[in-house]
Design a protein around this ligand. Structure first.
Ligand SMILES: [Mg+2]
Length: 367
């Protein structure tokens, strides 16, 4: 079994409405879809959704990284995922979202060769996982009304984007909690927007609103600051921008700086290393969430399979394809039923068809 060729496609996917978080507003997701073609008739699909802010990647650097990596993978066995991961790291440092596209495609091939849904091959712990819906930053009243509409659609948990200024952020949470009642979970994500002091003061005031956890209140590299907030606050603290790799996870756990970790395939470099983060965290009794950047249903489906596979991935924020208007996957992939994400029972990722108008022709074919 060998990799015969690798194709890379550039795709632009429009959001339903501008999506604002503390440091930025997004209207389109610029992603790279990868197809790994094998010499035994199976094709694996993967996706890169680069974030300049988080991993210093752009669609351009993803292609440049693939230019370095992909020609060297031709002829390798696609089932030897750890070997290929090591090869990718030897060829190019960092650039995890580019590597994630390859890693996801290889896992798709693994499932297709075994004729089993991927989640059953890598753990198979559960059949579905509840996802939250992210509420982008708007005026407090608007966010509360967005939340009410989403509850009517069946959502049972929200990830509320905050981190603009603590007074307004308090009002956002207060208005949303008043509007949706006490049965719906609220998680908050400041995307590094507060100082340590702002976070400590605000989180104390927010304890009254039953916040499930707070994600990345302060700068990702301020590990001591995270430990100080964790000490001062009752609300569980989740690291996102602070943890990209298994080494980061171990470091934060050793520094007593986290209660939970948000794993993203685009930060870890794909499923293989995401599993390593989840396992390290599990040994330290640190539950994980699986989150996302701006993936289509391709990347989201990979996240759903991983979440279904592993016991320690207890939370999911797998909603970018819900916020995106352009539907790249026209058949197959993970489903959304009320608030549950359900992996396909078809082999591999279970993605049957991509919309040709959105995919276009390959930008690169590596042979
Ligand atoms: Mg986050």
């Amino acid at each position: 079994m060998a990799i015969q060729s690798i194709e890379a496609y550039s795709v632009v996917l429009r959001y339903r409405e501008p999506f604002r978080i503390a440091p930025s507003t997004t209207v389109e997701s610029h992603n790279v879809i990868v197809k790994v073609v094998t010499d035994f008739g199976v094709i694996g699909i993967g996706e890169s959704s680069p974030s300049e802010r988080v991993t210093h990647e752009t669609p351009q650097t993803v292609i440049e990284t693939l230019d370095e990596i992909a020609p060297n993978l031709i002829g390798m066995c696609p089932l030897r995922i750890e070997q290929i991961s090591e090869t990718m790291d030897e060829l190019v440092a960092e650039n995890p979202s580019a590597k994630a596209a390859i890693d996801i495609a290889l896992h798709d091939i693994l499932g297709k060769v075994a004729r089993k849904p991927l989640f059953k091959l890598i753990g198979g712990f559960r059949e579905a996982i509840l996802t939250d819906l992210t509420l982008g930053i708007k005026e407090p009243e608007e966010m509360a009304s967005d939340a009410v509409k989403a509850v009517k659609r069946g959502f049972k948990a929200f990830k509320v984007k905050v981190g603009v200024n603590p007074l307004e952020d308090f009002e956002r949470i207060q208005k949303i909690r008043e509007a949706i009642g006490s049965e719906i979970a609220i998680r908050i994500d400041a995307n590094q927007g507060w100082t340590v002091n702002e976070a400590v003061t605000l989180l104390k005031r927010l304890e009254a609103f039953e916040i499930e956890f707070v994600e990345q209140p302060i700068k990702g590299d301020d590990i001591q600051g995270l430990a100080a907030i964790r000490e001062a606050s009752q609300i569980p603290l989740m690291a996102d921008e602070s943890v990209h790799t298994p080494e980061d996870a171990l470091h934060l756990i050793k520094e007593n700086a986290v209660d939970m970790i948000n794993i993203k395939l685009m930060k870890s470099g794909g499923i293989l290393k995401a599993k390593k983060i989840a396992v390290i965290a599990e040994a330290a009794n640190v539950p994980c969430m699986i989150g996302c950047m701006g993936e289509s249903t391709v990347g989201i489906t990979a996240g759903v399979h991983l979440a279904a596979a592993l016991k320690n991935i207890q939370y999911a924020d797998l909603d970018s394809d819900i916020l995106i208007a352009d539907k790249l996957v026209s058949k197959g992939g993970a489903e959304l039923v009320a608030s549950q994400r359900i992996p396909s029972m078809k082999p591999g990722l279970g993605i049957i068809k991509l919309k040709e108008e959105l995919l276009g022709n390959p930008l690169r074919v590596y042979k």
